[in-house]
Design a protein around this ligand. Structure first.
Ligand SMILES: C[C@@]1(CC(=O)O)C2=NC(=C\c3[nH]c(c(CCC(=O)O)c3CC(=O)O)Cc3[nH]c(c(CC(=O)O)c3CCC(=O)O)/C=C3\N/C(=C\2)[C@@H](CCC(=O)O)[C@]3(C)CC(=O)O)/[C@H]1CCC(=O)O
Ligand SMILES: NC(=O)c1ccc[n+]([C@@H]2O[C@H](COP(=O)([O-])OP(=O)(O)OC[C@H]3O[C@@H](n4cnc5c(N)ncnc54)[C@H](O)[C@@H]3O)[C@@H](O)[C@H]2O)c1
Length: 314
């Protein structure tokens, strides 16, 4: 890693941790994930660049007011004609008139222009500054409040590459390198961890405080212990229940090798009877019932093991 590499890492809670005060290297963009569901967005222009903007706006569930005279780029026309996506688009088939236009930038959360008219782009930009509306001007990067970037999406995972306006093509190439190096089934793992977080929040609701801190610490350590690949197993309802019963309820971090698949009998060597009894006393039996179908078959194997090792008399 080169000395100028910045790994985005928030300051830690440890006040003595030197990494809590990383050097500030100015000039970066603030990378965010905008949540635009049903938000009004103004898109001016109907060519190739506007068609790319429209695609990402549709995926983010925004409502787009599109101002551009016919003919539209075929991909935009397709979205306007498609009954599913057309609900998200209000198309005004005419040129935008700048300051004189009846459509006002102040009525939108974001404005994007992708037109082949530099003077009009500057005017749109001025209007947005006056109203403090964030604007992307495809043909004048220095006037942009935000840039697009090369993107990839795999289910809930989204990655955006920015080169700070230096080399959009290089950004796309870097995106392809990342795409090739991503492990398979990543979206399944992310889905799984989302389900575990959801279940944990049901057991330990609320915001902040000691419980919130415990919840975050437990979640962090559990993620680290399972690792990205194994997290896909969290999609299994009964496994999640067991991790929460055995781990969270006892404030313990249970890894993939320690998960007790039978509740009463740990097939991986928890053969001491007091441990079995101890474990039994901490079981949330209500939740355990759901895990019984899978647990039962493993318990048979486990019981035979205990018999063979002499812990249980046949
Ligand atoms: C990443 C991507 C996302 C997207 O647009 O959605 C994107 N440009 C892409 C492609 C691309 N754009 C251009 C080429 C031709 C080759 C070339 O010129 O390099 C190619 C290559 C191609 O088409 O493969 C021409 C170009 N681009 C800009 C200008 C205006 C100017 O520089 O003056 C001109 C005309 C220059 C001229 O006339 O000479 C400006 C911007 N383009 C940005 C993003 C922002 C900075 C991103 C960053 O920081 O990396 C920024 C600053 C503003 C913005 O658009 O937000 C998308 C790839 C997505 C993908 O493939 O997935
Ligand atoms: N940011 C980027 O990634 C990127 C990439 C390539 C080009 N560009 C720049 O973006 C601009 C748009 O590129 P393009 O390839 O989409 O161009 P294009 O010529 O395909 O499309 C321009 C569109 O703007 C519409 N338009 C013109 N005047 C208008 C007005 N007054 N109101 C509404 N719509 C109007 C046209 O009808 C057309 O649909 C160009 O200036 C280009 O230099 C940016």
């Amino acid at each position: 890693m080169s000395s100028s590499t910045q790994v985005a890492k928030p300051p830690s809670r440890d006040e003595n941790d030197q990494e809590s005060h990383p050097t500030i290297v100015p000039g970066a963009s603030l990378l965010l994930a905008l949540r635009l569901s049903a938000r009004p967005i103004l898109l001016i222009g109907g060519g190739l660049v506007a068609s790319q903007r429209l695609y990402f706006l549709l995926e983010s569930d925004a409502h787009i007011t599109l101002i551009s005279p016919s003919p539209l780029h075929p991909s935009i026309q397709h979205r306007v004609d498609d009954p599913i996506t057309s609900r998200q688009i209000t198309w005004l088939d005419r040129p935008f008139l700048g300051r004189e236009d009846s459509v006002k930038v102040k009525d939108f959360d974001l404005v994007m222009t992708a037109i082949d008219n530099n003077e009009l782009s500057k005017e749109v930009c001025d209007l947005c500054r006056e109203e403090r509306v964030m604007v992307n001007v495809a043909d004048i990067p220095p006037q942009c409040d935000f840039y697009f970037g090369a993107q990839l999406r795999r289910g809930p995972l989204q990655i955006l590459i920015s080169t700070g306006g230096m080399g959009p093509r290089a950004g796309a190439m870097i995106r392809d390198i990342i795409l090739d190096s991503l492990p398979d089934n990543l979206e399944e793992s992310i889905q799984g961890i989302g389900l575990l977080r959801g279940d944990l929040r049901k057991r330990a609701p609320g915001v902040g405080g000691t419980l919130g801190q415990e919840r975050m610490d437990w979640m962090k350590e559990t993620c680290d212990k399972w690792g990205l690949d194994q997290m896909k197993r969290f999609n299994d309802d009964s496994l999640r229940r067991r991790i929460l019963d055995q781990g969270w309820e006892n404030r313990k971090i249970i890894g993939p090798n320690e998960i007790d698949t039978s509740y009463g009998v740990n097939v991986r060597g928890l053969v001491s009877l007091d441990k079995v009894v101890q474990l039994g006393s901490t079981i949330n039996w209500g939740s355990a019932v759901g895990g019984m179908v899978i647990g039962a078959s493993v318990a048979v194997v486990g019981t035979m093991y205990l018999i063979r090792t002499g812990v249980i008399k046949a």
